[in-house]
Design a protein around this ligand. Structure first.
Ligand SMILES: [Zn+2]
Length: 225
């Protein structure tokens, strides 16, 4: 099994936050603790969503100090926006040995979009990021963790090789859809240790399978035509 741990913002944001986003901004101390405590476990993978400037100041710096790697999922439409990574920052992260995936163009939940809007999120964003980092983008992280049959079907048909949700469960090695645990400002290191690495009951395991099955099979939300 793989344990995917996801960060969003670290320290103080330098842009206006979206509703309910502040709970995903954590103190630098908790971030460092997570790397120290879990970074050397072979089943752990780290990722960073949203392309905040703290990916560079705290994220990359903390990883490099410990010889760790991660995948970064910036929002393509925010590159160079206030508080966000610019193209040069992203190239620095890529050259430091980190993987880069796409978190879409405008940070909108992909479930609610019509075909044209969805293609902008999945194709235009991917192309823009690939152009910046000079390599193909083959992974995506679902904005706000939301997905359904239509979204996953489109990601598959566009050749994305791995897609990350936020369903708080261990991931199967090699699975195309990988759940992650997002670290929140209310988390503690001991609470995370219990939740991520403690024994999981049969009921908990069954629950993730049921949730993922339901979400991946549900039809897309009807949108205007
Ligand atoms: Zn996000």
């Amino acid at each position: 099994m793989i344990i995917n741990i996801c960060f969003h913002g670290i320290g103080r944001p330098a842009r206006e936050l979206e509703p309910d986003e502040d709970g995903y901004w954590i103190e630098p101390g908790l971030f460092e603790e997570v790397l120290d405590r879990f970074g050397d476990r072979p089943e752990v993978r780290f990722s960073f969503d949203d392309g905040n400037l703290s990916d560079l100041d705290h994220g990359l710096a903390g990883l490099l100090r410990r010889g760790l790697t991660a995948t970064f999922f910036p929002v393509a439409g925010r590159l160079d926006g206030p508080g966000s990574l610019g193209p040069d920052d992203l190239r620095v992260i890529g050259r430091a040995g980190m993987a880069i995936g796409s978190h879409g163009l405008d940070h909108r939940p992909w479930r609610s979009l019509d075909d044209q809007e969805l293609d902008r999120e999945l194709i235009t964003a991917r192309n823009r990021l690939a152009e910046v980092v000079g390599r193909p983008i083959t992974q995506a992280a679902l904005p706000l963790g939301r997905y359904d049959r239509k979204v996953l079907g489109r990601l598959r048909s566009l050749g994305y090789r791995r897609v990350f949700s936020s369903d708080r469960a261990p991931a199967e090695k090699g699975a195309w859809l990988q759940p992650r645990y997002s670290v929140r400002d209310t988390d503690t290191i001991s609470g995370l240790e219990r939740e991520l690495f403690g024994p999981r009951s049969l009921k908990q395991r069954a629950r993730y399978r049921a949730v993922a099955l339901y979400k991946s099979q549900r039809p897309g939300i009807a949108v205007r035509t």
